[in-house]
Design a protein around this ligand. Structure first.
Ligand SMILES: NC(=O)c1ccc[n+]([C@@H]2O[C@H](COP(=O)([O-])OP(=O)(O)OC[C@H]3O[C@@H](n4cnc5c(N)ncnc54)[C@H](O)[C@@H]3O)[C@@H](O)[C@H]2O)c1
Length: 261
C-alpha cells in the first residue's frame, strides 16, 4: 500500500458506483479513512466492504446529497468517527436529458438539486471543519459539459457550469484559510449515468448497442478511447493529496484530449 493520503479522512459522495466507487477505493489504497456516501446505501456498503476486504478503512453512509439534514448528519458522523475531515470529493451526480424547451420543471429541479445544490450542501457543511483545521481539499465533480456544449442536456450542462463557478468562488473565499477547492471536468466514461444518457438518445453518439456507442464515442477522442473511472479517480487523488498543495481554483480537464479539438 502506498501512502499519498496517509492519515487523511475523506468523504466521497456517489461512492456506490462508477467514478465515486473507483475514487473511494483508490483513496483508501493510499491510506485514507474513507466515508463512502451514496443515496443507494447498499451500493455504498458494497464499496466500503470491498475496501475493508483489501485491508483499507471505510464506512458506508446512506445519504441523499440534496437533503441538507442528511448531509449535516454525514458530516457530524464523519467528525464523531474520525475527529476531522481532510478531503471531500463531491462526486455524486445524475444525468439529465432534454433541450431547454423539452426539459420540464420537475426534471430541471431534480438535476439541479443533486448536481449543484447537493454539491454546495456538502461543501457548506464540510468547510467549517476544514477552515477550523486550517487545511483541507475539496474536489468537485464538474464535466466537460460545463465547459463546452453537449447536445440536449440543458439542465446537466447548466448544473456543471454552476459547479465550476462555485468552485472558483470558494477557492477565493477559503484559500486564505488553507482550504483548496478544485474541480474535475471529465469526458465520457461509460458508467450507468452515461449509458442512461445514451439510452435516452442524447449525447453525441447514436448506435444500437453499447459496444457500438462506446466505439463511436471513442472515435471522437484524440486518444481514441473513452475514459475509465480510474482515469478520473487518479486526478481526484492528486488534487486530494498534498502533492497539489499549490493548486486551487483550477478546473482539471480529464478527457482524452476532447476539448483540445
Ligand atoms: N461518466 C461520465 O462520463 C461523466 C463525465 C463527466 C462528469 N461525470 C460526473 O461524475 C459523477 C459520477 O458519475 P458516474 O458516471 O460515476 O455515475 P454513476 O451513475 O455510475 O454513479 C453515480 C453515483 O451517485 C449516486 N447518487 C445519485 N444521486 C445521489 C444523491 N442524491 N445523493 C447521493 N448519491 C447519489 C448514485 O447512486 C451512484 O452510485 C457525476 O457527478 C457525473 O455528473 C461523469
Amino acid at each position: 500500500m502506498s501512502a499519498r493520503l496517509n492519515g487523511k479522512v475523506a468523504i466521497v459522495t456517489g461512492a456506490g458506483a462508477g467514478i465515486g466507487a473507483a475514487a473511494a477505493t483508490r483513496f483508501a489504497a493510499e491510506g485514507a479513512r474513507v466515508m463512502c456516501a451514496d443515496v443507494a446505501s447498499a451500493r455504498a456498503e458494497d464499496t466500503a466492504a470491498r475496501i475493508r476486504q483489501h485491508g483499507g478503512q471505510a464506512l458506508a453512509v446512506g445519504v441523499d446529497v440534496g437533503d441538507a439534514a442528511q448531509v449535516r448528519t454525514l458530516v457530524e458522523q464523519t467528525v464523531s468517527e474520525h475527529g476531522r475531515i481532510d478531503v471531500l470529493y463531491a462526486n455524486a451526480g445524475v444525468g439529465g436529458v432534454g433541450t431547454a424547451i423539452d426539459t420540464d420543471e420537475e426534471e430541471w429541479h431534480r438535476v439541479m438539486r443533486i448536481n449543484l445544490t447537493g454539491l454546495w450542501l456538502c461543501c457548506k457543511y464540510v468547510l467549517p471543519h476544514m477552515v477550523a483545521a486550517g487545511s483541507g481539499s475539496i474536489v468537485n465533480q464538474a464535466s466537460i459539459g460545463g465547459l463546452r456544449g453537449v447536445p440536449a442536456v440543458a439542465a446537466y450542462a447548466a448544473a456543471k457550469a454552476g459547479v465550476i463557478g462555485l468552485t472558483r468562488q470558494m477557492a477565493l473565499d477559503y484559500g486564505p484559510s488553507g482550504v483548496r477547492v478544485n474541480a474535475i471536468a471529465p469526458g465520457t466514461v461509460p458508467t450507468q449515468l452515461v449509458q442512461g444518457i445514451w439510452a435516452a438518445g442524447a449525447g453525441l453518439v447514436a448506435a444500437d448497442t453499447l459496444d457500438e456507442q462506446v466505439a463511436r464515442a471513442a472515435a471522437l477522442y484524440p486518444l481514441r478511447r473513452v475514459g475509465t473511472p480510474d482515469d478520473v479517480a487518479n486526478v481526484a487523488l492528486f488534487l486530494a493529496s498534498d502533492e497539489a498543495d499549490w493548486v486551487t481554483g483550477a478546473v482539471y480537464v480529464v478527457d482524452g484530449g476532447k476539448t483540445a479539438v
